[in-house]
Design a protein around this ligand. Structure first.
Ligand SMILES: [Mn+2]
Length: 280
């Protein structure tokens, strides 16, 4: 990110930021391909001294890679992205993959599922993303978690949009779904999420899990999401109690004359790095 000034070679860093400006299957609002660059630019405006963590987290080293090349067929791009994750997983840095549309989680999570036998996935999202296929393709953002959910436990929070062609997949098999309207009390939700996750966690965060008042620019917004502090309470609890092997943050779009979304996503990434730093 624009946050780092030194200590920024990958082997020395505790965190890595990998921008992936991929946008192909979005069904409604566009602009997620511009999201990663906007987040990086906004990150230069985030205070280096974090007011909650009470220190400058960039001192732990933040490596920022060049954007992954997203040209070509979806199959070719997904292979490139999977290979990127296979490379990043070799280092101690906790990666933050910044999208781009949510379908990117499909190739990203594969190396983690293979490496960590006790992996589970925290899926923060407004949408269940459990369709086997959408618009004639299994690579759609609407199918983001389907392949992984066949292999490892997926714990969903923030969900408030489920299709008739996927509702049979929520709270079935390896999927535990906390529907937003049934889990309005964050203090009751957090221990249930922790109980449902295994010890090793891949976090996939669709920014539309937040309320649109926090994140106005995203492909398919839904009303009634998490407030900023509710989400932070949840994510902090997961980070404090689990081994986090990777984080992806997807569906950040941009909006003309409104930088709220990219600023808040940049601050979120820096804060999550701060939570991770408290464990060391
Ligand atoms: Mn979503």
């Amino acid at each position: 990110m624009g946050l780092e000034r030194k200590n920024n070679s990958l082997p020395l860093c505790n965190y890595a930021v990998i921008p992936i400006p991929f946008e192909k299957t979005v069904s409604y609002g566009h602009g997620t391909s511009r999201g990663p660059a906007a987040v990086l630019e906004a990150s230069t405006q985030v205070e280096l001294w974090d007011e909650e963590i009470k220190r400058e987290i960039w001192e732990d080293g933040i490596f920022t890679s060049a954007a992954v090349n997203c040209k070509g067929t979806t199959e070719a791009v997904f292979e490139r992205i999977e290979n990127t994750a296979r490379e990043i997983i070799k280092y101690k840095a906790v990666p933050f993959y910044v999208g781009g549309e949510h379908s990117l989680t499909q190739p990203l999570v594969k190396p983690y599922i293979e490496k960590y036998p006790d992996l589970s996935i925290l899926h923060f999202d407004a949408h269940a993303d459990l369709r086997a296929e959408y618009d004639g393709t299994p690579f759609s953002h609407a199918c983001a978690l389907y392949p992984a959910s066949r292999r490892v436990p997926v714990v969903q929070a923030g969900i408030r949009s489920v299709g008739s062609d996927e509702y049979q997949n929520i709270n079935a098999g390896k999927v535990k779904t906390f529907l937003m309207h049934e889990n309005r009390d964050i203090k009751k939700l957090i221990p249930q999420v922790l109980k449902s996750l295994t010890g090793t966690v891949y976090m996939t965060l669709d920014v539309d899990g937040f309320d649109p008042s926090v994140i106005p620019a995203t492909g398919t917004p839904q009303p009634g999401g998490f407030s900023w502090y509710e989400a932070l309470d949840l994510l902090r609890a997961v980070i404090e109690n689990k081994k986090i092997v990777a984080v992806d943050i997807m569906e950040t779009a941009t909006k003309k004359d409104d930088h709220t979304t990219e600023m808040n996503v940049a601050k979120l990434i820096y804060r999550l790095m701060g939570y991770l730093s408290l464990k060391k």
